[in-house]
Design a protein around this ligand. Structure first.
Ligand SMILES: *Cc1c(COP(=O)(O)O)cnc(C)c1O
Length: 417
């Protein structure tokens, strides 16, 4: 099961692969909101995954910044196995040790002041919904979000998300959302002034992931903090993609010298087990939500929380924050050293990165990379996103960097992939 050295094709003699058979069954049984999946994965170990035909891939995406510890990490396997044999679910009429332990761990690594709190949900979009409800408890109604923002697909989170193609088919959504250009200080100040005392919250991703790994500046987040404080509104930072050590800090805001009123977490928090969280900072913000005002059947269940505790513990015991910084720099240096004319640069922090191109070749490079055994993501027509497991090693990154010029040359030659 865990022997990934193989690579024996297991397609049958007629040439029909297991992949095409499963994709056919997928098409006949699932609602096609995700289009056609790229392949059908079977198992994984470390930073490698294997598809149902035995083809092996270096996973440089980690399920979109989710598989923090890679695949089959013994700490996560042990935690989930042990917890599954003890308690999987108890309802929120009760609590459990893993739930309390994970909440305490998050408050500690977020350096949250006394009186802070955690609400557990099951996904990123649910964490955002909790943040929207929190903001409503200020008694105000308008939320500022950024152009390019991605906050999720449930209808409240969708109203905060920027892309029209995601929003328009579902109009009307939650109202009183004002989008401002990302990282534009003057535009933010003008919007805050115009909304006046109806401003409930400003919500921002410290690093916009889905928009192409775009960094906020320290000055921008600090201004957002000053403006929201002065306006009596909340500053909510969406760390769903940028959090849990991916940038080399526990949360991306921590390198920008701001203390938010709330953060949202999900993706990497439990290493692949579904979870989401809202963390509120200080007693005043935490006190906005009282008994009965929010809830979730599955949220904070012991299985997901035990996985989260294992992720936090392993990041600390294995020094994965520093490792993310080192590996991110190694990747960026390696790509820069290629000196390829179509590579415009590498942006991002730690192991949340985009390789930018001077031409719209990202989709083709993604397909060619997959054929060559690398999982990456064309996050924009001219940018490839890499968000590998935090346990990735330099020699693994090097195999992709070495392959990249060849992939680009084929893409540029215009050969159909
Ligand atoms: C992925 C993501 C979400 C949504 O998370 P889901 O678990 O898919 O609902 C929200 N915000 C950011 C920044 C994300 O990257």
């Amino acid at each position: 099961m865990n022997d990934l050295a193989g690579g024996s094709a297991r397609g049958d003699a007629s040439g029909t692969s297991h992949t095409s058979e499963w994709l056919g069954r997928y098409a006949a049984s699932l609602i096609p909101v995700f289009g056609v999946p790229q392949t059908v994965l079977s198992h994984g170990q470390g930073c490698y995954v294997v598809d149902v035909d035995g083809k092996r891939y270096l996973d440089l995406l980690a399920g979109i910044a989710v598989n923090t510890l890679g695949h089959g990490h013994p700490a996560l396997v042990d935690a989930v196995t042990k917890q599954a044999s003890q308690l999987v679910h108890v309802s929120n009429f009760f609590t459990s040790q893993p739930q309390v332990e994970l909440a305490e761990a998050l408050l500690r690594v977020a350096e949250a002041p006394a009186g802070s709190g955690v609400f557990f949900a099951n996904s990123g979009t649910e964490a955002i919904e909790a943040a929207v409800k929190l903001s409503r408890r200020t008694g105000r109604g308008t939320i500022i979000a950024a152009e390019g923002a991605f906050h999720g697909r449930s209808t409240g989170a969708l109203a905060l998300t920027w892309k029209l193609a995601y929003r328009e088919p579902f109009a009307p959504l939650l109202g009183r959302v004002v989008h401002v250009p990302f990282n534009d200080e003057a535009a933010l100040a003008a919007a805050v002034a115009e909304i006046g005392d109806d401003l409930a919250a400003v919500i921002l991703e410290p690093i916009q992931g889905e928009a192409g790994v775009n960094l906020s500046s320290t000055a921008y987040l600090q201004l957002a903090r000053e403006l929201t404080t002065a306006a009596g509104a909340l500053l909510i930072l969406d760390e769903i993609q940028s959090g849990m050590g991916r940038t080399g800090r526990w949360f991306a805001y921590q390198s920008r010298g701001v203390v938010p009123d709330a953060i949202t977490l999900a993706k990497g928090l439990a290493g692949g087990v579904p979870i989401g969280a809202l963390v509120t900072f200080g007693p005043e913000v935490t006190g906005l939500l009282s008994a009965g005002q929010h809830g979730s059947t599955f949220g904070g269940n012991p299985l997901a929380c035990a996985a989260g505790v294992a992720v936090v513990d392993t990041i600390e015991s294995d020094g994965l924050l520093d490792h993310a910084v080192e590996m991110g720099a190694h990747l960026a240096d390696g790509v820069a050293a290629l000196g390829h004319p179509v590579i415009a640069g590498v942006r991002g922090e730690g192991l949340l990165r985009a390789i930018a191109f001077t031409e719209p070749v990202a989709a083709q490079v993604m397909t060619l990379a997959r054929e060559a055994g690398f999982i990456v993501n064309a996050v924009a027509p001219d940018a490839l996103r890499l968000a590998p497991p935090l346990v990735i090693e330099a020699h693994e990154l090097d195999t992709f960097v070495a392959a990249l010029p060849g992939l680009l040359d084929v893409a540029l030659a215009g050969d159909p992939p």
